[in-house]
Write a protein that binds this ligand. Structure first.
Ligand code: NOJ
Length: 557
């Protein structure tokens, strides 16, 4: 271990170190799904060195921070969300030195770094679970029902399909809300709290600027682990409070973490944050996670799941802004991530809508998360052969239970795993490695192949192919992020709805007016100003603006 590992590199300077107005309130944060971003060593799997080499691309794109998905030691039963050692880097992805190098390079470039923390469950290979005595205290073991304990302790279903319980050789059962390789921790045990606080300090000492908290709504279960009483539970996740998700008890954990983050930030002159991956039934319940003494951000999955329809979008935006404003927090917008169908495909297979949606999202007040590849307009890959798939839900038969299988039906909003699963409801299709350059796979992803096959027709979608092409989606993202930085107050300032024809949204922000035509055809309206940026060519004749169908325009006013 080199000495540098103990002295973190300084985070980029920005308004507000300590507790003042936060960098995160309007930050644009880019999700790097490490395994699929860039491969440095030719094994076909993205890694930390590959990600580090590509950081200048992200700087140039214009984002403020990167979020790295789990790169910790893991048997990879669930893409690294099954952690066996929270303080070690999995050899697949590199070494701790590589993590340190990446954080330093990011900071040198003025980018902050957020890492994942997975507190609801560990891997079944974690030393705690491997120890027969310790495991009984630190995980949720229960005797079975039935004459000889042969039935699970209750009727809970795993998000990935099948029962949420697995029986051990000793005859008792342990709870796993996800795969059997992901046993749920017992958060009634103070040792679990102590350990996770120590893990956070470990990564803060290495220089990270925050944590994305996996299943932030899951750590506390209802007392007595009561039955739910009916099937199809995955359809209820996010639609109502269940005895295993969004229990009020989770908030005490988030309050303790906020104290830790603020205390650490104060002591080190940094502002370090937590972002909740929480599925709550309403905007109001989600806002509880971002009360002033809890986490800083919570992904707005209600927005992600909204249909491309002006009234629905407006009511989701209004409800989200009202709920977060009531607790003094910004809203955290997101359209895609590694668990849901890429939004180009989700919004009716329409790149036009995807481009309009991103300009809408980036014009809204608050912070925004981008998922790698969306800036290239990548679609979901929907024809992966079964033999290459790795999503555990596929092997758990989630398809049959609906736990991961409503396909592109985004009406229901389970964990995100289920909410918008891709091909047959599974998540590999949004995780296909990125195309960087060239005409053939692996399109510059690395010197070897790619762990999931890339489509043969992605040559026109590579970073190299789109760079410098003003009509490309990549250049649209670059222009939008550049304007967002240059228009003061656009991130965290006020927003006011303006009158607009049916099917069209219009609102003003500091320095611009945004129009969104959700209809499939052109709409005319009095030109509200001069077009600054548009997702499709907009024309202005004699003070009449013509908005193309499925388009968004930012107007200088
Ligand atoms: C949410 C993560 O984003 C997803 O990929 C994972 O499968 C589950 N949580 C379980 O950790």
């Amino acid at each position: 271990m080199t000495q540098e590992l103990t002295s973190p590199s300084p985070a980029p300077q920005a308004p507000g170190t300590g507790r003042g107005p936060g960098w995160w309130r309007d930050a644009v944060i880019y999700q790097v799904y490490v395994r699929s971003f860039a491969d440095s060593d030719g094994d076909g799997i993205g890694d930390l060195r590959g990600a580090r080499e590509r950081l200048p691309y992200l700087k140039d794109l214009g984002v403020d921070a990167v979020w790295l998905t789990p790169f910790y030691a893991s048997p990879q039963a669930d893409g690294g969300y099954d952690v066996a050692d929270y303080r070690a880097v999995d050899p697949l992805f590199g070494t701790l030195q590589d993590a340190d190098d990446l954080i330093r390079t990011a900071h040198d470039l003025g980018l902050r770094v957020i890492v994942d923390i997975v507190p609801n469950h560990t891997s079944d290979r974690h030393p705690w679970f491997q120890d027969p005595e310790l495991s009984r205290q630190r995980y949720l073991f229960r005797p079975g029902k039935g004459e000889s304990g042969e039935l699970p302790p209750n009727d809970w279903e795993s998000v990935f399909g099948g029962p949420a319980w697995t029986r051990t050789d000793r005859g008792d059962w342990y709870l796993h809300l996800f795969a059997p390789e992901q046993p749920d921790l017992n958060w009634d045990n103070p040792e679990v709290h102590t350990e996770f606080e120590a893990i956070m300090r470990f990564w803060l000492d290495l220089g990270v600027d925050g944590f994305r908290v996996d299943v932030a709504h899951g750590m506390i279960k209802a007392p007595g682990l009561p039955d739910i009483g009916h099937g199809a539970q995955a359809q209820l996740i996010g639609a109502q409070v269940l005895p295993f998700f969004d229990q009020d008890g989770v908030h005490a954990i988030h309050r303790a973490w906020r104290r830790l983050l603020d205390g650490y930030g104060d002591a080190h002159g940094r502002q370090v944050i937590g972002v909740a991956e929480a599925w709550a039934p309403t905007a109001e319940r989600l806002a509880l996670y971002v009360r002033p003494d809890e986490l800083h951000q919570a992904f707005n999955f209600q927005f992600l799941n909204a249909p491309w329809q002006s009234d629905a979008l407006r009511s989701v935006i209004d409800a989200s802004l009202a709920a977060t404003a009531s607790v003094g927090a910004p809203t955290t917008w997101v359209l895609s991530n590694h668990d849901v169908v890429r939004h180009t495909t989700r919004l009716g297979g329409s790149l036009a809508r995807a481009r309009a949606a991103i300009l809408l999202m980036l014009a809204l007040p608050g912070s925004a998360y981008l998922y790698q590849g969306e800036e290239l307009g990548l679609p979901e890959v929907t024809d992966l052969p079964d033999e290459v798939r790795q999503d555990p839900a596929f092997f758990r038969g989630g398809r049959a239970t609906g736990a991961a299988g409503p396909g592109t039906d985004t009406e229901s909003a389970p964990d995100g795993v289920a909410a918008a699963g891709g091909q047959d409801g599974f998540r590999d299709g949004c995780r296909v490695p990125l195309p960087w350059s060239g005409e053939l796979p692996p399109y510059g992803f690395g010197p070897g192949g790619s762990w999931l096959p890339q489509p043969a027709d992605w040559g026109g979608l590579t970073v190299a192919a789109q760079t410098g092409d003003a009509a490309s989606t990549l250049e649209l993202y670059r222009a939008a992020l550049d304007l967002r930085r240059r228009l003061p107050g656009l991130g965290d300032g006020p927003m006011t709805w303006a009158p607009a024809p049916d099917g069209v949204l219009a609102f003003t922000r500091p320095g611009l007016l945004c129009t969104v035509n959700t209809l499939g055809h052109d709409v005319e309206l009095p030109a509200p100003g001069t077009p600054l940026l548009s997702s499709a060519p907009v024309t202005v004749d004699d003070a009449t603006g013509r908005l193309p169908g499925d388009s968004c325009t930012w107007w200088a006013i």
